[in-house]
Design a protein around this ligand. Structure first.
Ligand SMILES: N[C@@H](CCC(=O)N[C@@H](CS)C(=O)NCC(=O)O)C(=O)O
Length: 243
């Protein structure tokens, strides 16, 4: 049977869907971005909502992103990325590094959640405008404490591994995730990133390497790459940024 991956994520924003999408694009895998597909082709948000309601074979995901392939369903951005990476040659080969790549992807998911909470610290269902004082406090702490701690950890991993990649000696889904983190932080916190990013030269070198990977470069230049906007995880609210 020919392999075809159906990715489900909210249309119009990169959000958490961008992590598995980057793996599919880097591998040049045959995939459909279901919620962005026309309803006449079996896609659109209704198709995604139907699976959130009834699942596939009794397996019901809690939230997008999720991926369906040949009757199998997997959810959670990090888990989808790991499964795709291992399936598509974008994971380390040895067991120790394969395991550790998952550790990295899950830690990246933690960072994503913290970045999200800078603009929605009180409640995901509330408007940003209704939680601004809390967002200002949360973002200040995130910029000062958490950004250097996470970026410094990736930098130490690159120093310790020595291959230029986060795990093993080739490009993996963990590296693609870090690429997205750097892009997202640069978008959401341009002043803070300008102030600190040169402390993480290995991270920046890896970001440039991923951006120059031919399938990724083609993807980034294509309309498939949704521009960052204020609906996603990384939002540019200037009042939340600072040196
Ligand atoms: N831990 C999950 C979080 C999934 C998640 O929060 N998805 C968001 C969009 S980015 C959503 O639609 N959530 C709906 C909800 O939590 O009710 C992951 O990393 O995939």
């Amino acid at each position: 049977m020919t392999e075809r991956f159906d990715l489900y994520y909210w249309p119009g924003l990169q959000g958490r869907g961008e992590f598995p999408r980057l793996v599919l694009e880097a591998a040049e895998a045959p995939y459909r971005d279901m919620a962005r597909l026309d309803e006449t082709e079996g896609g659109g948000v209704p198709a995604m909502m139907a699976i959130l309601e009834t699942g596939i074979g009794g397996r019901i995901p809690f939230a997008p992103p999720f991926l369906v392939e040949n009757g199998k369903l997997v959810a959670q951005a990090a888990e989808v990325s790991a499964w795709l990476g291992e399936r598509l040659g974008l994971a380390p080969t040895g067991e120790a590094d394969r395991l550790f790549a998952r550790t990295i992807a899950l830690t990246t998911a933690d960072l994503v959640a913290e970045a999200h909470d800078t603009h929605h610290p009180v409640g995901t269902g509330l408007y940003y405008e209704d939680q601004k004082p809390e967002a200002l406090r949360r973002a200040t702490e995130f910029r000062r404490e958490r950004m250097p701690k996470f970026l410094g950890w990736y930098e130490r991993l690159l120093m310790a591994n020595g291959s230029g990649f986060l795990a093993g000696d080739r490009l993996t889904y963990a590296d693609l995730g870090l690429f997205q983190i750097v892009e997202g932080l640069r978008y959401a916190f341009p002043r803070r990133m300008a102030a600190i990013e040169t402390d993480y030269r290995r991270v920046l070198a890896l970001r440039d390497r991923v951006a120059g990977d031919p399938p990724i470069a083609r993807y980034l230049a294509s309309p498939r790459r949704i521009p960052f906007n204020e609906d996603g995880i990384f939002r540019r609210y200037p009042e939340l940024d600072g040196d």
